[in-house]
Design a protein around this ligand. Structure first.
Ligand code: 5AD
Ligand code: SF4
Length: 477
């Protein structure tokens, strides 16, 4: 819920991407090592794993220690100004590191990927002489090629929207040598956005909406499940705009896709993020009603509660439409918990507009939410609007909104105390004997269990609520 968090669902832990030396890698210290730093949303987390796959086929192993890396990749986020600034200051530090490593005669390459790479392109190599490769989100499969070129002394900027499908050209994610077995995984089903909210850079950095075909998704999902994954989160900048063609040639939407994925043997849970209210169609709501394995948690950003501001943001719905939609979803799945994103201080936002946002939050009641001060992004229509809100006003509004959202989050968590719930056991906890699991509502839950149970869904009784997680005991114990 803090401003530092770039991701819409920061509590969603990335699937395990640690890569240990495997058959493709050079043995011991001779192996080339890559350090990948991921900024921003889950789409970037997913992309980082796929870059690691591409590099692994090229003999790289991943390291958590930048000191032993011969390649550092920054997978960047451009959504707010602060996010891009962080990249440039990291690049400054890496430039110094590169000088030291070159003085020792060691290879040290720097790559910038993701949305800053896409938005700034050649400007990055101009501003930062240390950078060897700049790759946009559509060209990750060409990463090994770009590095080869860069080794000849040519700096590479590749931010074209590739004609070929990058997903077809990336290696099978489950074949990456040494990848640790993960219980949860992300699966990108859709990229890009055609909505053009006036504050947002995504339609410019990630391009227009492209859906991956059904057959590709089923194949990737089955592979994940075969490798031990129990829960898949479908990803997309506008995931519920996904559409495809069924085997019978009929048009399908995200709801249909969920029904299809639910048929995969061994898959226990499905989630999807991030959605737009305008794309919540009847079929998707039916999926929430019918599919027990579709978790009762929905991240459905509204951004603001004032119709005037929603209009200026080009959200193309009113506050009342959103409230009515949530009512319909709750009727279909009464135990559903809501999450959202909010922006305070959009240009022209008055005190009365902000109060409308507070009222909407009171009306809905969120289990989780992310809220940000408006950050003016050059090139977006919002940046050219009059009446930008003063920084101290934004700060004050954000503090009030976050206080309310945090209270709702705690109230929701407390309402679970004493209840018995399903828990998907994911990984060892910090204390010996403790395992961290995920509740249906995406909360981290600590319970005493055996490591051999990781991957199982067990019944637990919630006993207490901590600041960032819940505590539970095995039900019946
Ligand atoms: N300023 C502040 N927040 C923004 N977001 C997107 N663009 C901006 C911006 N210019 C927020 C929205 C979005 C989330 C991922 O980031 O709330 O849903
Ligand atoms: Fe950005 Fe709006 Fe598209 Fe979401 S729907 S990615 S906020 S333009």
């Amino acid at each position: 819920m803090t401003q530092e968090i770039q991701s819409s669902i920061p509590s969603a832990e990335p699937s395990t991407v640690t890569i240990e030396p495997g058959p493709h890698a050079l043995p011991g210290d001779n192996a080339r090592k890559v350090f990948i730093k991921t900024y921003g949303c889950q789409m970037n987390v997913y992309d980082s794993t796929r870059m690691a796959d591409a590099l692994s086929a090229d003999g790289y192993v991943q390291t958590e220690n930048v000191e032993e890396a011969s390649l550092v990749l920054l997978n960047t986020c451009h959504i707010r100004e602060k996010a891009a600034d962080k990249v440039y200051s990291a690049l400054g530090r890496l430039r110094e590191m590169k000088k030291l490593r070159h003085a020792k005669g060691e290879e040290f390459m720097i790559g910038v990927a993701g949305c800053v790479a896409q938005a700034e392109g050649a400007e990055i190599v101009r501003r930062e002489p240390g950078v060897d490769v700049v790759l946009g989100p559509q060209t990750y499969h060409r990463l090994p090629q770009a590095l080869k070129q860069a080794r000849t002394g040519k700096r590479v900027v590749d931010t074209e929207y590739a004609v070929e499908d990058k997903f077809e050209h990336l290696p099978d994610p489950t074949k990456t040598p040494g990848r640790k077995r993960a219980v949860t995984a992300f699966l990108t089903v859709q990229e890009g956005c055609d909505k053009f909210c006036t504050f947002c850079v995504v339609p410019y950095t990630r391009g227009s909406e492209v859906s991956r075909p059904l057959s590709q998704l089923i194949t990737e999902a089955k592979r994940l499940v075969d490798s031990g994954v129990r829960e898949i989160t479908l990803l997309g900048q506008n995931v519920n705009a996904w559409h495809g063609e069924g085997p019978d040639g009929k048009e399908m939407g995200l709801g249909d896709l969920l029904y299809k994925l639910a048929e995969i043997d061994g898959l226990a849970r499905l989630r999807y993020t991030t959605s737009h209210p305008r794309d919540m169609d009847d079929r998707l709501i039916e999926a929430h009603r019918d599919l027990r394995m579709l978790m009762p948690y929905l991240h459905l950003p509204v951004q603001a509660g004032s119709d005037r501001i929603l209009k200026a943001m080009n959200r193309r719905h009113k506050a009342a439409d959103y409230i009515a939609l949530i009512e319909r979803i709750r009727q279909a799945r009464p135990d559903i918990a809501l999450s959202g994103d909010f922006i305070v201080g959009f240009p022209g936002e008055t005190d009365a507009d902000f109060e409308d946002t507070m009222k909407l939050v009171e009306t809905i009641g969120y289990a989780q939410a992310f809220s940000f001060k408006y950050s003016s992004r050059p090139g977006t229509p919002g940046a050219d609007l009059p009446d930008h809100v003063a920084e101290d006003v934004k700060t004050e509004r954000l503090a009030r909104l976050q206080e309310l959202l945090l209270k709702q989050q705690h109230d929701f968590a407390r309402s679970l105390v004493g209840k018995t719930i399903d828990l998907l056991l994911e990984k060892p906890g910090r204390m010996p004997g403790q395992i961290i699991g995920r509740s249906p509502w995406l909360q981290s839950v600590n319970v005493d269990a055996k490591t051999s149970q990781i991957g199982d869904i067990i019944q637990v009784r919630i006993t207490d609520v901590g600041p960032n997680s819940l505590f539970a005991e095995v039900a019946g114990s």
